[in-house]
Design a protein around this ligand. Sequence first.
Ligand code: ZN
Length: 235
Amino acid sequence: MLPTRQGSFRLFRFLSIDVHVHWSWFVIAAYQFLQRQHLYHDPLWSVAEYMALFGIVLMHEFGHALACRQTGGFANQIVLWPFGGVAYVSPPERPGAQLWSIAAGPLVNVVLMPVFVALYWWALQNGVAEARPDLHRFLEALLWINGILLVFNLLPVYPLDGGQILRSLLWFACGRGRSLQIAAIVGLVGGAGLTAYALFAGSIWMALLTLFLLANCWQGLKRSRQLIEIDRLRV
Ligand SMILES: [Zn+2]
């Protein structure tokens, strides 16, 4: 149930990787602009905030794609769709290659963190909050955007990066089928918890996202049974 390029258009090509953007990103952009423009004196900073979100998600996806290529895999497309970005990566069928291709995405956010912390620290030290409050708020937003993306992506809910990292680590110990099965079950439990939280918090968007995660876990569980069967017949 991966998102397709349907409803998206090619924005540009970089390092032989096509970057597609789904039309819904513009709806999200308008929504975010309306939600956050009052936080700034100059609403253009709200646009800059959205562009920063776009840029950070894109760098994260390029992390996946370039790491995948490094392992000898295939990666030529990134799609930014309603629930974030997706790098279409096909690393070789080895746990180490899968692990590096997945871990490289959140690693980009880890590398960005000290940069944003340093910028915010600089702002605090130089009285930017009083002199240029919009810039101060923007730098604060960068920290939050990057931090939330990092933490959310590392949740061990398949197919989020955290869930896929868990699967790759388990693969070393118990094979590709069983590792996917365990990761999918952990994902179903975690996804159910997230759905409950989304309903409690009254967030329709998050509820839809969690349903997407649960559907992927279910697909993963079915796929794991096939893999276990194939590997059993091979022995
Ligand atoms: Zn990722």
